[in-house]
Write a protein that binds this ligand. Structure first.
Ligand SMILES: C[S@@+](CC[C@H](N)C(=O)[O-])C[C@H]1O[C@@H](n2cnc3c(N)ncnc32)[C@H](O)[C@@H]1O
Length: 276
């Protein structure tokens, strides 16, 4: 791929998804998209660019691109300290405050859910609380992603050992999965609690459709965006969170230089963003 074509392709991808490829990533983009060229029997990236440009609405091509370029790395019980804080402290607090106002709904969004491990983890944690009769609230657990391929996997709910590489307690694996020849399927009682759908975080109007959120998980996706896109997404996140709601980022992420709208709340070994 020539540098000229790379620059045009990256501009197209950035404009549509907010995913930004710095110049050092030319070969990465080339190797990821080369599968698509083979599929379409197109010989060069110049022709591929032409193929994209001649489409009035490149929806199908974009879906193929997102399936190839996104990094969907995720696993169950990722960043346990944060999850622990969420389930044992923040969730009971938010729930109590809302219940005092006769509002029994809790609305949770996993905004870059990948293959679903993040949202299923939250569902399992909540199920445990429900079993202990500590939780009777009306719940909405929704996951979205830009990759149709990965959303299909999330809906299917079948996982191999790679998804279980945290220190996750075997208790959950035994209780909430069936195991057939090493393929672990999420049981229906957990699957029924969640829903998955396509949302492109580059589309602020689509973000705004996720209204009245109490908890927003946006973990390990901002790293693929440039500063402008991060600011845009976070601004929209702030607007759709309820007052008293929380935003959770990935373990190595922060809003430093991106937004000062949230209040940073520190706990031992973890901090979270709060909309006061
Ligand atoms: C590394 S995974 C993170 C998964 C999970 N949140 C976690 O922390 O384990 C990043 C996900 O973000 C998704 N993604 C990238 N750009 C996106 C966009 N513009 N809109 C929605 N999802 C996007 C990718 O498809 C990928 O599944």
């Amino acid at each position: 791929m020539s540098k000229n074509v790379f620059l045009k392709l990256r501009e197209f991808i950035y404009e549509k998804s907010g995913i930004f490829f710095p110049e050092g990533k030319l070969y990465l983009l080339e190797s990821r998209l080369s599968k698509r060229l083979i599929e379409l029997e197109i010989d060069s990236f110049e022709q591929y660019l032409y193929h994209i440009r001649k489409q009035i609405s490149p929806t199908e091509e974009l879906a193929a691109i997102y399936n190839l370029i996104t990094i969907n790395e995720t696993f169950f019980f990722r960043f346990e300290k944060q999850l622990d804080l969420f389930i044992n402290k923040l969730l009971p607090e938010v729930r109590e405050k809302k219940a005092a106002k006769h509002d029994r709904r809790i609305n949770i969004w996993s905004s870059a859910s990948s293959s679903g491990e993040e949202l299923y983890t939250i569902a399992m944690l909540l199920k445990e609380k429900m079993a202990q009769k500590l939780f009777t609230t009306n719940l909405r657990l929704h996951g979205t992603d830009i990759s149709a391929r990965i959303l299909k996997k999330a809906k299917l709910g079948q996982y191999g050992s790679n998804s279980f590489r945290s220190n996750m307690d075997n208790y959950y694996k035994t209780k909430y999965f069936t195991n057939e020849d090493g393929v672990f399927s999420v049981k229906d009682e957990i699957k029924r609690m969640v829903s998955f759908d396509y949302t492109n975080l580059n589309d602020v109007s689509a973000i705004r459709k996720q209204r009245s959120l109490d908890f927003l998980f946006c973990r390990n996706v901002l790293i693929y965006f440039d500063k402008e896109m991060k600011k845009r997404v976070i601004r929209a996140f702030y607007d759709i969170l309820n007052h008293g709601g929380y935003l959770f980022l990935g373990e190595a992420e922060s809003l430093h230089g991106i937004s000062s709208a949230f209040k940073v709340v520190h706990f031992p070994g973890v901090f979270v963003y709060w909309k006061e």
